[in-house]
Design a binder for this molecule. Structure first.
Ligand code: LLP
Length: 432
């Protein structure tokens, strides 16, 4: 089974992505190589956008969480699809700016934004700055005053919902570094503070409960908690919050064990719950924002490696070394995330062996995965690791001074480089 719908096997027995032969791509561009299928990215963007149109009367905005994978071309594709952006640093803001993104559709996140970042966001007239704490609120109010611009803000709220996912990517619970807590009264205090800040406009509330979540119920519960807080704010202060940002977090298929729901179902269920709650609470239907990252980019990507040495340790395991590893995909080292892999030039053959795919860094933990079913593999074969479009390139590093691979987009049988492979001169470019 192939984990992403755009993958296939051609008459040569080679793995294809978006109809393009991956073995040819490896030959043309070298390895390691990230390959992303542009049509699949666009398809996901459209399905999220259409779900808001279909189930919520179009009263919302999809903002792609660019931390999943950010570059100029990705920003352009999102813009072309009418999708906004969630950015989380000055680097992502700058990339969006250089791509010519419409900043009214940008949400700026971060739990410790610097003055420089806030100033830049205010200058760019970012549509929504998601304020994380009171210290940030006070600084932002002053910065906005200095620039003579009113800043539109949302508050990041911890809704107290426990999403069942990896500890490192759970964010909605009270013990989290992100946002204001509801239980302690901290969130209501911050609202009152904001209403007294003349240079900020409190447009909305935001929550994000975690990532790689398969169950829709925690999202529905989070929406209900947030709407209840919107009603409490109205009752306490008379202020009507007009926007609700429900964050991202929708799970994707990495291996056969994962069973994601169709993306449309999310808005379908959430819309029903939102409409019901608003009616019960006597509040207006909010404009809804969602911020999918992984599900937009993840399934569209694969990473191609060349197999180096194969080390069989009898009765223990077989190590298959590749020409990349934790530098281009640190997710196994960080979260023990499982991936599906196959030998791209033998994709029509059965997976007869079980291997550990090891990277090339001087580090025992530099593994792409353990216990991975794979075709019989030899040095020189091309190994494809699937569903690497999100949080791979964006989390890559130059550990061991390994240059970062190129990123290629494929579309309608054609391929083009969207991020160049780093050169050795790139490696020393900031050295003095
Ligand atoms: N919105 C906010 C405020 C976020 O913090 C995130 C992800 C998203 C949206 C997008 O979530 P997604 O749809 O991609 O699940 N590096 C980790 C994932 C960290 C997610 C951080 N925030 C990983 O590789 O699994």
């Amino acid at each position: 089974m192939l984990v992403s719908e755009n993958l296939g096997v051609n008459e040569k027995g080679h793995l294809t992505t978006g109809g393009v032969d991956t073995v040819e791509l490896a030959k043309q561009y070298g390895t390691p190589l990230y390959v992303m299928d542009e049509n699949l990215i666009r398809k996901h963007a459209q399905s999220y956008k259409n779900s808001i149109d279909k189930f919520y009367g179009g009263n919302g905005l999809v903002c792609y969480a660019s931390k999943a994978f950010c570059c100029l071309e990705m920003c352009r594709v999102m813009m072309d699809e009418g999708i906004g952006l969630d950015v989380v640093s000055i680097g992502e803001l700058y990339t969006a700016y250089k791509a010519g993104v419409d900043f009214s559709k940008v949400c700026f996140h971060g739990n410790n934004k610097t003055d420089e970042e806030l100033e830049y966001a205010v200058e760019l007239k970012v549509g929504r700055i998601i304020v994380d704490n009171s210290y940030e609120l006070e600084r932002l109010d002053k910065i906005a005053e200095k620039k003579g611009i009113k800043a539109n803000i949302m508050f990041r709220i911890k809704p107290g919902i426990d999403a069942h996912t990896h500890d490192f990517v759970r964010t909605g619970q009270i013990d989290s570094k992100f946002g204001f807590a509801l239980e302690t009264g901290e969130a209501m205090e911050a609202v009152k503070l904001a209403l007294n800040c003349p240079n900020v406009v409190l447009k909305g509330l935001h929550c994000h409960i975690g990532s790689q979540i398969f169950d829709i119920n925690p999202f529905v519960e989070a929406a209900q908690v947030m709407l209840k807080f919107i009603a409490d704010i109205k009752n306490d202060t008379g202020h009507e919050i007009s926007e609700l940002n429900l964050g991202g977090g929708f799970g994707i298929m990495y291996t056969e064990k994962d069973d994601p729901v169709p993306y449309e179902n999310y808005m379908e269920k959430v819309s029903v719950a939102v409409k019901e709650s608003c009616e019960n609470l006597g509040i207006k239907l909010p404009f809804i924002l969602i911020e999918p990252g992984r599900s937009m980019a993840g399934p569209a990507g694969i990473t191609l490696y060349t197999c180096g040495g194969v080390k069989n340790i009898p009765n223990i395991r077989t190590y298959v070394s590749v020409d990349g590893g934790m530098t281009d995909n640190p997710r196994y080292a960080l979260y023990k995330s499982e991936y599906d892999a196959l030998v791209a030039n033998k994709a029509d053959q059965p997976k007869n062996t079980t291997v550990t795919i090891a990277g090339k860094c001087c580090e025992s933990g530099d593994l792409v995965g353990e216990g991975m079913p794979l075709q019989e593999v030899q040095p020189g074969d091309i190994i494809a690791v699937c569903a690497t479009g999100a949080y791979n390139y964006s989390m890559s590093s130059n550990y061991n001074r390994v240059p970062k691979p190129a990123v290629v987009f494929v579309k309608d049988g054609q391929s083009k480089v969207v991020i160049k492979r780093e050169t050795l001169d790139d490696i020393i470019r900031n050295d003095i």
